[in-house]
Design a protein around this ligand. Structure first.
Ligand SMILES: [Zn+2]
Ligand SMILES: [Zn+2]
Length: 310
């Protein structure tokens, strides 16, 4: 089969575009889409971008493409943030991939540790049964919130204009569909709207238009090595079921992932959404209550620690 763009040997058939593509044109196509998502507002002189990096394929592919796109932009700066929650073995493997990647790509790397920031590793939180005390069901609910909090904290500290998160097209579709099904209308709107606050670094999602399987192909043809094993705390979740459903739909009607996203973005335009952004009384980051979740949890953990010592 010949590439539909350049006539060279094709290696991949893209069902949703009905095109056969060669490796070079595939790379270009992916990079062009990232460029389209970011636009000139973000790809500009003097911009500083923080990159949340985990060691998985999405964040490493994202960092790889950002590095390429910003190479010739005058005075643009990139810095990677790696959050080490302290999950034995799993995080150490991830760290190995991340350090190797950043060294090879000459990217600045900042490692942020749960232990230093909140006094405990995630393993300790789980082992000590603190999740129950904090009224949290799964480790991921604690971990995700604290990670986001810390990424914002360090992106602010480093004076980043944007914080790049490696969500791909599949992640977007799953979040949208899950929230629709559960009727979480507030969540679904918040997901699409930006928080405008000087204590919140604006998020960008460069991989928004790239399906998960193409992120993987991009990683493979660029020889990007990444961590493949899943987090030991992740379970076969509701999200996974939704993923399977979307997969079936995509097989029957290629391109449905793009229409899920497009439809959602159209809907957002019709929704007026104003929420009073309050400031956390302890850390002053934007939140919905008086005190943000992280500060609330930290206060409780401190109390638990005192009780244990007495
Ligand atoms: Zn080609
Ligand atoms: Zn707070």
């Amino acid at each position: 089969m010949k590439c539909d763009y350049c006539g060279n040997e094709a290696f991949y058939y893209q069902r949703y575009s009905n095109k056969h593509i060669c490796k070079e044109c595939f790379k270009k196509d992916i990079e062009r889409r990232v460029k389209k998502v970011l636009g000139r507002k973000i790809i500009k002189n003097n911009v500083k971008i923080g990159i949340g990096i985990s060691g998985g394929k999405d964040s490493l592919v994202m960092a790889h493409i950002l590095k390429k796109l910003f190479k010739h932009i005058p005075n643009a700066k990139l810095i990677c943030f790696f959050v080490d929650e302290g999950i034995k073995d799993f995080r150490e493997t991830a760290k190995f991939y991340v350090e190797d990647f950043c060294k090879k790509n000459k990217l600045k790397l900042k490692i942020i540790k749960f232990k230093d920031e909140i006094g405990y590793t995630l393993d300790e939180i789980v082992k000590n049964n603190y999740l129950k005390e904090l009224n949290i069901g799964k480790p991921c609910s604690f971990c995700g919130v604290v990670r986001r909090y810390l990424l914002n904290k360090y992106a602010l500290k480093e004076r980043c204009d944007y914080l790049a998160i490696g969500h791909n097209l599949d992640d977007f579709c799953q979040t949208i569909i899950m929230n629709y099904i559960e009727g979480n209308i507030k969540n679904i709107i918040q997901f699409g709207k930006e928080i405008d606050d000087d204590k919140f670094v604006k998020r960008i999602k460069p991989l928004k238009l790239i399906p998960e399987d193409e992120v993987k192909i991009y990683a493979d043809i660029n020889k990007i090595e990444y961590q493949k094993d899943p987090c030991p705390y992740s379970s076969i979740s509701y999200r996974h079921k939704i993923k399977e459903i979307i997969k079936i739909l995509e097989e029957e009607k290629p391109g449905i992932k793009f229409s899920i996203l497009k439809g959602y973005e159209k809907l957002l335009k019709y929704i007026e959404f104003k929420e009073d952004i309050k400031k956390c009384k302890i850390c002053s980051y934007p939140c919905s209550g008086e005190i943000c979740k992280v500060c609330l949890w930290l206060k409780k953990l401190e109390q638990l620690n005192k009780i244990n010592k007495n």
